[in-house]
Design a protein around this ligand. Structure first.
Ligand code: PFF
Length: 434
């Protein structure tokens, strides 16, 4: 077993793992479908605006709080002020709720990889998706399998599990993504997809879109549930976390744009609908694979891409409650992972059944799956990010000049951390929930 406070082998493996956490289903599954539902290019514009102006501060603050306190979330918050312990606990709780729907999608992906390898010919992909997601037993089995794989890596520890997974999987991810994007850009009428992505229609702007864009920005950058705080706490000697923050933000945005450029040209090339929602990569995209030569091989590559992205992010989400349990309860990593396996299973199974036997069970007019997604991305992550900025700015007294040489930028950072970002986050939460 690793010692209780593990550390990254190098700055490179830390950044690779942080990028692995950020780049995930949020980029390839959630981003294109949320963009498709929110009018395409205009959503992209709002999203990029939020990433560049708002997200830098909380992302940096998460890494800094982790690096300075050298503790997992709950103890990190508690060490700043014992009254903040409750706010710290919200982080692993958010993480557990995220895994409960994220891993269901991970389970669907495993099924689609197997389907592509079998070269199964499916006449109606929409019916297939509906029937498959309703098939409680297989969805539950695949969800648990996905959970098991993530837990297995996490149980092996930071160096042998998390770093190892990212070192192998991230290059595979990048290669497959580049190859599929090249393929998509060479399809006839690919330009229509690019226009949809990059030519904004300003009549489609609305308040709800801002909250969706913010939720997506936080979700895709892994901000607001302690994953980066926990990863930051394993940093040994990286003085320049500002640079690391930029690398994480730019890599994630780059991969999201690449994913859009891979997906939208293919959709438009085949005259399909970009606004079909969560089924976009499971119904619309496979319709394309069904029509092209060697479609099953390309389909397998696409779903392996999704799988790899989901695993490296899933590992980072699982690490948050695992780190908390190890350090708070003084138990072994394997025991923490076993407990978490049971807890997540108990929540993920009802989420997995949301498309089948529990499809009529609704809270706030949402199925359990949709509720977990909405609650985490649109409420808990912005809230956690808000608290984190306030705590880091006012109580830990992180100052820009500690990390940023340029006086003006460090001044902007201080103002952002203490006032601007918390106010914007609160405002967006208020507008979106009204
Ligand atoms: N950023 C991941 C994605 O885009 O899929 C999801 C995620 C990972 C969210 C880690 C939150 C987190 F802490």
């Amino acid at each position: 077993m690793e010692d209780k406070r593990p550390a990254w082998s190098s700055r490179y493996t830390f950044i690779l793992s942080a990028v692995g956490s950020a780049v995930g289903l949020g980029n390839i599954w959630r981003f294109p479908y949320i963009m498709g539902q929110n009018g395409g290019a205009i959503f992209l514009l709002v999203y990029l605006g939020l990433i560049l102006t708002i997200c830098f501060v909380p992302l940096f603050a998460e890494l800094a709080v982790g690096k300075i306190t050298k503790k997992e979330c709950v103890s990190a918050y508690e060490s700043i002020n014992p009254k903040f312990k409750f706010l710290g606990i919200l982080n692993p709780i958010t993480g557990i709720l995220i895994t409960s729907f994220y891993f269901v999608v991970g389970g669907w992906i495993i099924n689609y990889i197997l389907l592509s390898i079998e070269n199964a010919k499916i006449a109606n992909l929409e019916d297939y998706f509906a029937n498959f997601t309703q098939n409680s037993l297989s969805v539950c089995i695949f969800t648990l399998l996905f959970l098991f794989i993530c837990i297995l890596f996490t149980a092996r520890g930071v160096k042998k599990g998390i770093e190892f997974a990212n070192k192998i999987l991230m290059p595979i991810f990048a290669l497959i993504l580049i190859a599929l994007t090249m393929f998509s850009l060479n399809l006839p009428n690919a330009n229509l997809g690019l226009e949809y992505m990059f030519k904004p229609d300003f009549t489609k702007v609305n308040a709800q879109m801002f909250l969706s864009a913010l939720g997506q920005a936080l979700f895709t950058l892994s901000i607001g549930m302690g994953a980066l705080l926990t990863y930051g706490s394993y940093i040994k000697d990286d003085k320049n976390i500002v640079k690391s923050t930029y690398v994480i933000i730019f890599s994630d945005t780059f991969f999201a744009l690449f994913a859009g450029i891979m997906i939208f040209p293919s959709i438009f090339s085949f005259g399909l609908e970009p606004s079909s929602g969560a089924g976009l990569v499971f119904i619309t995209i496979p319709q394309i694979f069904a029509q092209i030569p060697f479609g099953n091989i390309i389909s397998a590559a696409f779903f392996i891409l999704l799988f790899v992205a989901a695993i490296t992010s899933g590992i980072s989400i699982v690490e948050v409650p695992v780190a908390s349990m190890i350090e708070r309860w003084n138990i072994s990593r394997v025991r923490a992972c076993s407990i978490l396996f049971i807890v997540i299973s108990l929540l993920a199974i009802p989420a997995a059944l949301s498309f089948g036997v529990l499809s009529n069970f609704k809270i706030l007019d949402k199925t359990i799956f949709d509720l977990f997604d909405f609650l985490t991305a649109n409420i808990l992550m912005p809230l956690n990010a808000l608290f984190l900025c306030l705590i880091a700015g006012w109580f830990l007294k992180i100052k820009g000049e500690q990390f940023i040489k340029n006086k003006f930028v460090s001044f902007l950072f201080d103002i952002g951390l203490k006032f601007v970002i918390p106010i914007i986050l609160a405002l967006l939460l208020y507008i979106g929930l009204k």
